[in-house]
Design a protein around this ligand. Structure first.
Ligand code: SAM
Length: 290
């Protein structure tokens, strides 16, 4: 059901800079200056941003540990006509940050939630990564333990799209090592560090490069990081998997069946990756049409 904006209060979800304060939008500044109060993940941290902007508004804490408990009160305040903003420590609220429960509850109550867009580490990293941005998957943070991390990664080894991960500096070497275990050293990848800040840097072209660089430059294993990993392309994949025998089987089936079914059956018969075969089969069909 679609709710029309109500005459009640408004919850503004406001993106704030990742590091460079000049990235705060004019609209964000205006909204923060106009609301009744601001919910912030860490009020001490946000106080310095607001002081810098010359904005003096009451700050209230909203973080992972109190979010659920605040839900009912925030909805009541909105119903009473209050205007409030939600910000996180940096970037876009709700993206690996608190706020989802409140937005969900406000929407369920038919209240107005207005986004004030701005910086977000995943988009900032992706758009300058040199890796395809037309299709991507954002994972946020992977599990902290290696075994659980590998378990997750194994499901995405054959994904053809770009994948974006947040990671903490104290885990990055272990995480890149796990990526290499699953994706191999040659998979295209780039590590974006300290985006929009003075020491912004970009490391590597492949997973192997990133690991070598980090091991050789322990002083740079710090700061905030986004890891971007390219999708599996047919070139990078095990082209040998499409052996002449596999091709023969596929062509026999393709003569009788639609492409998807022919791929599925060939993959089952030959016990090879359906995704790899599918990419190859598509290229066969495209070549035929030319
Ligand atoms: N909501 C934020 C956003 O819009 O990107 C992300 C919050 S999440 C708790 C923090 C993680 O975002 C960091 O561990 C890092 O992976 C990434 N991040 C935040 N700021 C960054 C920056 N300036 N450079 C690189 N990565 C950053």
């Amino acid at each position: 059901m679609t709710h029309m904006p109500s005459a009640e209060g408004v919850l503004y979800i406001v993106a704030t800079p990742l590091g460079n304060l000049a990235d705060l939008s004019e609209r964000a500044r205006e909204m923060l200056a106009s609301v009744d109060w601001i919910y912030a993940e860490d009020t001490r941290h946000s106080l310095s941003l607001l002081q810098h902007l010359g904005i003096h508004k009451p700050l209230r804490a909203l973080h992972a540990h109190n979010e659920a408990g605040l839900e009912a009160a925030i909805i009541r305040e909105l119903q009473q006509g209050r205007q409030m903003a939600l910000i996180s420590d940096a970037g876009t609220p709700l993206i690996s940050d608190p706020g989802f429960g409140i937005v969900r509850a406000a929407r369920d109550a038919g209240l107005t939630v207005t986004p004030i867009p701005g910086p977000c580490a995943l988009i900032t990293a992706l758009m300058a990564s040199g890796l395809p941005c037309d299709q991507f998957l954002f994972h946020g943070f992977l599990p902290a333990k290696s075994q659980a991390r590998i378990h997750v990664l194994q499901d995405y080894v054959e994904a053809a799209y770009t994948q974006v991960f947040y990671e903490a500096p104290h885990r990055i070497i272990a995480t890149v090592t796990d990526f290499i275990t699953c994706f191999g050293t040659t998979r295209p990848a780039i590590l974006a560090r300290e985006l929009t800040k003075r020491f912004e840097s970009w490391i590597g072209q492949t997973l192997g490069d990133i690991l070598i660089y980090l091991e050789q430059h322990p002083d740079e294993v710090r700061g905030e990081m986004v890891l971007i990993v390219g999708g599996l392309s047919l070139k990078a994949s095990d082209a040998a998997a499409i052996s002449s025998e596999v091709q023969r089987q596929y062509h026999i089936l393709r003569a009788e069946l639609p492409l998807k079914q022919a791929v599925k059956l060939t993959a089952q018969l030959c016990q090879i990756s359906k995704n790899t075969l599918y990419d190859w089969a598509l290229s066969q069909d495209e070549n035929k049409e030319e």
